[in-house]
Structures are given as structure tokens and as C-alpha cells.
Design a protein around this ligand. Structure first.
Ligand SMILES: Nc1ncnc2c1ncn2[C@@H]1O[C@H](COP(=O)(O)OP(=O)(O)OP(=O)(O)O)[C@@H](O)[C@H]1O
Ligand SMILES: [Mg+2]
Length: 147
């Protein structure tokens, strides 16, 4: 049975400025497991994509108001597993399977390339996405660090 050795919960307003805040906090939190530079980069990249999605897609036309929150929960396990859950209470995703397809985007074609979920999936060991239209989205990322 794997055991939790540390746990953290964060709630941040969905603003672009908080992407770097998330990356920095999660890096500091994961440091006790002595990840390699590559592992740390993978986690930071995957988390960035999930947080960016909350900022860009979850609360359209609202521009980072109070109550437009991103909820982040990080756990470290004695098996060297890191789990990061990133949630919002925004518009949700109608068809998750479709949204996960590479190049699928509902964003501005000039700014988005529809690669976020692919990056999250390839930089982690597991990714699950749960979403309900009108209720919000939760992305769960798992990364197992080398012994
Ligand atoms: N938190 C979210 N809330 C609502 N919709 C989302 C959320 N995350 C993703 N989506 C939907 O899933 C689509 C695909 O997301 P993905 O991150 O793969 O690409 P993107 O954000 O459009 O582009 P990129 O990440 O390459 O800039 C988005 O265009 C959006 O429609
Ligand atoms: Mg994205």
C-alpha cells in the first residue's frame, strides 16, 4: 500500500500571472523527492499546460475575476509518485475524448495549437480528464520518479 508523505492544496485566481506561481510552488514542493532536472521539467510543463487551460478556456469572457479559481492539489507518495490534480469550476468540456485529440482547439487559431493535453499526457505517466459542461473540469496527472 502506498502512503502519502506530503500533501498540499492551493486555490488561485485564474490569471495568467499564476502560471509561474504554480510552477514555482510545485517545484519547491516536489523537491524533497530529489527529482532529476528532466523529471522536474516534465512536471512543470504538464502542470503549466493544465493551469493555462484553466486560465484560457475555463472562464471565457471574464478575465481573471475573483471567484474564477483554479484548485490545485499535490500529493507525494512513499512510492515516489507525484500526483497533481488541477480543477476549475468553469464551463467544462462537452466532449473530452475529442478535446484530447492532438490539434483540437476551440481557442484562437493564432494563439492555440491544441497540443496541451498531448503535452500533459506525454510528460507524465498517467493523465485523466473529467469534465461536466457548466460545472468544470478536473485533470489528474501522475508522475512516478525514478528510484
Ligand atoms: N479547463 C478547461 N475548461 C474548458 N475547456 C477546456 C479546458 N481545458 C481544455 N479545454 C478544451 O480542450 C481543448 C484542447 O485543449 P488543449 O490544451 O489540448 O489545446 P489548446 O489549449 O486549445 O491549445 P494549446 O494548449 O496548444 O495552447 C481546448 O481548446 C478547449 O476547448
Ligand atoms: Mg491548452
Amino acid at each position: 500500500m502506498k502512503r502519502i508523505i506530503n500533501e498540499m492544496k492551493l486555490r488561485l485566481i485564474a490569471r495568467g500571472e499564476n502560471e509561474s506561481v504554480c510552477r514555482a510552488i510545485i517545484s519547491a514542493f516536489v523537491a524533497e523527492l530529489n527529482p532529476t532536472v528532466e523529471e522536474l521539467c516534465d512536471i512543470r510543463c504538464a502542470v503549466s499546460e493544465a493551469v493555462t487551460n484553466c486560465v484560457v478556456h475555463a472562464y471565457p469572457d471574464r478575465g481573471g475575476e475573483r471567484r474564477d479559481y483554479i484548485y490545485i492539489s499535490v500529493r507525494l507518495y512513499d512510492t515516489r509518485e507525484v500526483s497533481v490534480e488541477i480543477s476549475d469550476r468553469g464551463v467544462g468540456i462537452e466532449n473530452v475524448e475529442l478535446a484530447r485529440q492532438p490539434s483540437y482547439t476551440t481557442g484562437e487559431a493564432s494563439e492555440r495549437c491544441g497540443m496541451g493535453f498531448l503535452v500533459m499526457e506525454s510528460f507524465t505517466d498517467a493523465m485523466t480528464v473529467k469534465s461536466k459542461p457548466g460545472r468544470g473540469t478536473t485533470v489528474l496527472l501522475k508522475k512516478i520518479l525514478k528510484p
